[in-house]
Design a protein around this ligand. Sequence first.
Ligand code: NAD
Ligand code: UDP
Length: 346
Amino acid sequence: MAHVLITGGAGFIGSHSCVVLLENGHDLLVLDNFSNSSPVALKRVQELTGRSLECVKGDLRDPALLQKLFADAKAAGAPIEAVIHFAGLKAVAESVADPLRYWDVNVGGSCALLASMDAHDCRTLVFSSTSTVYGESETFPLTETTPTNPIHPYAQTKRAVEQMLTALAQTGTWRVASLRYFNPVGAHPSGRIGEDPLGIPNNLFPFITQIAAGRMDKLRVFGNEYPTPDGTGIRDYLHVMDLAEAHAAAINHLLQSDAPLSLTVNLGTGKGLSVLDVVHGFEKATGITIPYEVVKRRPGDVPKLEACPKKAANVLGWRAKRSLADMCRDGWAWQSANPHGYRKAS
Ligand code: NAD
Ligand code: UDP
């Protein structure tokens, strides 16, 4: 059991991971500026687990704040032993429109965090990376040795942080894991926490649940002439609770290692699904029809992303267990109980 700093812990993946980490007995300190999340999520995490966590509102790019967090924890006799770094920006189109902001938050923020960690002898870190670092690949499934080809600033910033971590690990004093998430969806089965995008969702799954909740009228399917069996794009969707469990496995793996370590691990199911597979899976799981129309391709989309999940199983002992039906049922449980997300909630 360790005292772990969770940056971005109030967000979608962070809040679900906090549940699992608290259930695993870790003590958590969350740093979040709530730019894309709500403190209500953390309140509910504590309700769900019956455990409390410490939360500080602040920005990752504030070195004085980071210095204080590490120093205060040490002074209180519970130094921070490891960090799980979720905080960051994740909208591809926004990253194309405003690349500087993405480099500032994702890379500059990570740099500030790593410098503070180093200064306080805390050199164990799990980092949220992304399958989009692979870009458009010709060979599937994607393994961790498939060449990367990040084609937009979001993926480029994530790849840059991975490279920074590899360089740190080469100094022989760090234990780091870059986890390349494929497409996390769904919610905690209680329906108390879930994904709560601001404004119109960019991503397929929250768009579908918001149609079901009556907040959107129909889905726009971005292209049906991709070289895939039904012509729509293929992604490797995984349940966010499976992803949360992978973080517990990763942090435990790093903490148990006596030697320096640098890991890169794909987190997916290994089974790609098309846009229409997800639409029909959701309809089957919930009984709700999702109207859709096919429109032109979204710029920057690749036809297919599908993980090879073997390394995660071999190294972390983790594999995704939950089905598409579970993802749809749990995602809908969250959206139907919270049609406006955390807004107006307590
Ligand atoms: P999210 O936006 O829900 O969570 C990110 C959290 O970080 C939010 O709570 C936000 O308020 C916080 N944050 C942002 N900038 C901050 C800053 N400067 N200082 C402090 N806090 C800040 O996103 P998520 O879906 O939970 O993603 C978590 C991480 O995983 C991100 O780094 C994202 O790039 C990465 N990722 C997400 C996906 C996905 O599909 N959701 C896929 C691959 C990788
Ligand atoms: N997609 C779609 N309509 C939407 C949102 C997404 O057809 O409103 C498609 C998109 O083209 C891709 C898949 O759904 O093939 C997953 O997109 P998402 O944005 O959820 O994830 P990412 O592209 O980041 O993998």
